[in-house]
Design a binder for this molecule. Structure first.
Ligand code: HEC
Ligand code: HEC
Ligand code: HEC
Ligand code: HEC
Length: 470
């Protein structure tokens, strides 16, 4: 090709023609160049054709489905040497545990090879849009992550947990699987791993179809900042929600625990601890919609609360959830205290000293000192978590803006939320106690487990809570 071009360049008569032809020539030459690279260099280690084989007979992962397995931007980045190793130990962990640096190509060659792979290394078993993630929510990803842990996946694959690597580094790491892997390939792989990697230490899990959806969605979004999660509370079901239809649902499904007037005195209530929330004493119109949606659709356990609160989504559907929330928000506005607080009058004071239902943390935790300094910056960060940012629900919703236990939801809970302004009660509690309860919840009370909060954030909350009793 090169000698052909230089022959042409010597001949000025052809100069015009070359200009016209060049773009086409460049594309064709990079495709042939790419094919050459793949066949001559890559296949020294990788296979690009043939049936799936055991890892023990291979030098490197099979690439015959690479075109449908990887996302192009990641592939280019990997091939230019800009990604960490996927296998924390060598791919051939039976031979060596030192991972080697992967061969790196120039940007131009990597682009061409990625295009070649996308076009030629495809697999008809992987169907485009076999998994639909347009309705995939952040909570679904959290379910998928939970299943990933519960089904031993972290026994062989690592994920990030609290800023640290968690799991056994035997196989590929999943820190940024959402940037690396194509969702349809993950679904097909997860459906039966031995179709791709037989006799290689792979694992077939016993997961329901819904569970498969969650796990696949988790892997397909993990580390992918560009993914937009679906927000059901912004859907058209909420725009056309109807409080009258919702009141019928409340009578048929909710009253058995929460009582027909929302007083928390339904027939099931006597046997439950924590007690069903007294909706009549909650300012439901001040409670965040996303939280209400998640607790009603997916139940108490999904938001770190009691499993006595069932998941209603499958029974009443998304429209039913929107309707019953609309009914509750128009009916339950909270007690007098909430009205006083929101009317700008002096905040009501909480009980002090206050009886506590919460149990003591294990002694190992009780003795834990707060590793963070009580700097203005840390306290400020704790404050914004407390007032707004903590997920799934800001602390102020129950513990109140001033920390006295009189938030919009506080009045509906038995026992009432802790009054952090009460010096008499708070001086008896150690930092490790506060840390433990925020992380794990307080069973038998309305205090939820904040499993999604990083340890550092919990310690910042503890610093802020200490300020409230000063
Ligand atoms: C010397 C052997 C060797 C050569 C040559 C080589 N690779 Fe690799 N390749 C590996 C190994 C080993 C891994 C696993 C590396 C890791 O842990 O990140 C790998 C991983 C990959 C992956 C990710 C695979 C997966 O399933 O996650 C891709 C894609 C890839 N190589 C493409 C290529 C391409 C394209 C070429 C040619 C330009 C090439 N490799 C050349 C050994 C090689
Ligand atoms: C006992 C070890 C083990 C367990 C447990 C395990 N895997 Fe794997 N997984 C493997 C092996 C081995 C491979 C193949 C990687 C290779 O060698 O090329 C693999 C590959 C994968 C891949 C392809 C990733 C890639 O980058 O090529 C996905 C996706 C995957 N596993 C998901 C899961 C899920 C989901 C679970 C839990 C239900 C799970 N794995 C549990 C061993 C395991
Ligand atoms: C089997 C009993 C039961 C039924 C039926 C029930 N709930 Fe609940 N619900 C509870 C319990 C118990 C709690 C308190 C959970 C906790 O604090 O951990 C609760 C709490 C709540 C909360 C407040 C969440 C919070 O953070 O305090 C809302 C809102 C709610 N339920 C709505 C509903 C709706 C709407 C229905 C009907 C579609 C319903 N519940 C049906 C038992 C029930
Ligand atoms: C849904 C209501 C609710 C929310 C939201 C909530 N709490 Fe609580 N919290 C409670 C209740 C109820 C108790 C239990 C009171 C008792 O033990 O009698 C409690 C107890 C506690 C305790 C236990 C103190 C002790 O006595 O040992 C701490 C610490 C705490 N909450 C911190 C927080 C923080 C920090 C947040 C936000 C990240 C938060 N809570 C969010 C309702 C809530």
């Amino acid at each position: 090709m090169q000698s052909f071009l230089s022959a042409l360049q010597k001949n000025t008569c052809f100069a015009f023609l070359i200009l016209l032809l060049l773009p086409g020539v460049a594309a064709a030459s990079s495709a042939t160049q790419a094919e050459k690279i793949v066949k001559e260099q890559c296949t020294v280690c990788h296979r690009v054709t043939g049936e799936a084989k055991s890892r023990f007979e291979l030098k490197a992962p099979d690439l015959m489905w690479a075109g449908v397995k990887f996302k192009r931007p990641w592939l280019v980045s990997f091939l230019t040497g800009n990604q960490e190793n996927i296998y924390q130990k060598n791919y051939r962990w039976d031979e060596s545990t030192q991972p080697a640096k992967h061969l790196a190509l120039s940007k131009e060659n990597a682009e061409a090879v990625a295009d070649y792979i996308k076009k030629n290394l495809v697999d008809s078993r992987v169907k485009q849009d076999a998994i639909d993630l347009t309705h995939f929510t952040e909570l679904h990803a959290a379910f998928g992550r939970q299943l990933f842990i519960e089904h031993s996946c972290t026994g062989c694959h690592q994920i990030m947990d609290n800023g640290k690597k968690m799991g056994g580094p035997q196989s590929t790491s999943m820190f940024n699987s959402g940037e690396r892997l194509n969702k349809d390939w993950i679904l097909r792989f997860n459906s039966n791993p031995p179709d791709f990697v037989p006799h290689s230490g792979e694992f077939v899990a016993d997961v329901s179809e819904l569970g498969l959806h969650y796990v696949t969605g988790f892997l397909a979004t993990e580390g992918d900042e560009s993914f937009k999660f679906y927000e059901p509370w912004k859907s058209e079901h909420f725009q056309k929600a109807d409080a009258n239809r919702g009141s019928v649902i409340y009578k048929e499904y909710c009253a058995q625990c929460h009582g027909s007037k929302g007083e928390g005195d339904g027939p099931a209530a006597s046997g439950l601890e924590p007690k069903p929330a007294v909706h009549a004493k909650m300012a439901m119109d001040q409670m965040p919609l996303d939280y209400l949606y998640n607790v009603v659709y997916y139940g108490g356990k999904a938001v770190g609360k009691s499993h006595y609160m069932p998941y209603w989504g499958l029974t009443i559907g998304e429209q039913g959830v929107a309707d019953v929330i609309s009914y509750m928000r128009t009916t339950f506005k909270g007690g007098e205290e909430v009205a006083a607080a929101s009317g700008g009058k002096a905040a009501p004071s909480g009980d002090c000293p206050q009886a506590r239902k919460t149990k003591s943390a294990p002694s190992k935790f009780l003795k834990m000192p707060n590793p963070l300094k009580a700097s203005a910056e840390n306290i400020k960060a704790g404050e914004s978590l407390f007032l707004k940012e903590a997920k799934p629900l800001a602390c102020a919703q129950c513990h109140g803006k001033v920390g006295n236990g009189k938030g919009p939801m506080g009045g509906g809970l038995t026992p009432s939320p802790r009054n952090f302004t009460c010096v008499a009660t708070m001086t008896e509690l150690e930092d490790g106690q506060l840390f433990w309860i925020i992380k794990n919840g307080s069973s038998g009370t309305g205090m939820l487990a904040y499993q999604g909060l990083k340890d550092d954030d919990i310690w910042k909350l503890v610093l802020y809570i200490r300020e409230l009793a000063k």
